[in-house]
Design a protein around this ligand. Sequence first.
Ligand code: ARG
Length: 460
Amino acid sequence: MSEKKLWSGRFNQPTDAFVEAFTASVEFDRRLYRYDIQGSIAHATMLAESGILSKPELDTILSGLARIQARIEQGGFEWSVGLEDVHMNIESALTAEIGDAGKKLHTGRSRNDQVATDIRLWLRDEIETIRDAILRLQQALLESAEREAETIMPGFTHLQTAQPVTFGHHLMAWFEMLERDRERLADCNRRVNVMPLGAAALAGTTYPIDRRRTTELLGFDRPSENSLDAVSDRDFAIEFTAAGALIMMHLSRMSEELIIWSSAQFAFIELSDSFCTGSSIMPQKKNPDVPELIRGKSGRVFGHLMCLLTLMKGQPLAYNKDNQEDKEPLFDTVDNLKGSLKVFAEMVPTISCRRENMRQAALKGFATATDLADYLVRKGLPFRDAHAVVGKAVARCAEKGCDLPDLSLEELQSFSRVIEADVFRCLTLEGSIAARDHIGGTAPAQVRAAIARARARLEA
Ligand code: ARG
């Protein structure tokens, strides 16, 4: 099965068959083929411009690489485990295709700077795709938030009814989490978009290369500053996975809320049939599988972050084969992020909101107790005293099995003489939310203003 290795010069014995398969990465890194070829095109072009390759050699290399890319894309390329990785598979196919000029492509380059370049080129594209996927989810949230800007629901702390909020306000909280995620990825990309080629194996190369030119050809922001660092640095992969872990943590929290809200006990929302599945034994079941699966998938992305940190922690400079283990966690992180964001964005517009149930829930649990305390403060009581007065009123309601607005004016006045008939306005759900009328508050007008600012931010 073994092809002749491109590095076999000093070896007398063939690689053990199991070791060959064990050390190979082509089964997964072939995914990088497009970026590997893109990097080779830039490298060869720079070599020719710098007089290291001749123009005819360059032309042969470029047309050979184009034919190889086409063959890969048409499924006619034969990947060989014996050739270890994507880099040597393509290089060896190039030499088979065009002869001696193919053997010159690797001049002034090592797989160490090559692989670092490939991953950066690949990740840069994936970051863009993921940022777009976040944006689409944010746009879906804005639409729903606008529709539900006046829909009242209980807001929770400790999952106990706290104060009334609007559903639109809640959805805008999700929007904000995702906005930070999008920013984090853009920031991470500043450290991804750095050009390692020229570092070669670790120390740089003896050829008169032009690193600024390869940087420009590949659209990187700048060449890396230190060759040892360039081939060994995987900080950018860890940072990306950390940003990915935060995204999954956010999606998982949102999923958890959707799961709770769609239960018969809450019944705040209904998920569309197309995002749920049934039970093979219980005919009545409609299970929120999609959010559950996303909540579950967060675990593997957190795992990948730990995996990459551990991968790097014991490595002396510069490149070590350990680094080959960076790809599978990265690929899986990207795939799960894209899948989860896509399905979430498609699910959000299909969520139907059971407004009356939300309202009824907000009417339980003394959601306007803080409003009563604030009312007493406006009438001159110190806040701590007001808190105590309302506590007593709540205890009375609990005894009677009613809510604060169900108490008569006389009953309320028995707790504090400052209470007057105007108290009932602040005890209503509408009065409570309308009163939180400042930037970031839940008043419907503020939610609409927040949506308008968010739209402007997305368009910026
Ligand atoms: N497949 C290797 C990787 O993923 C490519 C670099 C190999 N370099 C080396 N010196 N063995 O890291």
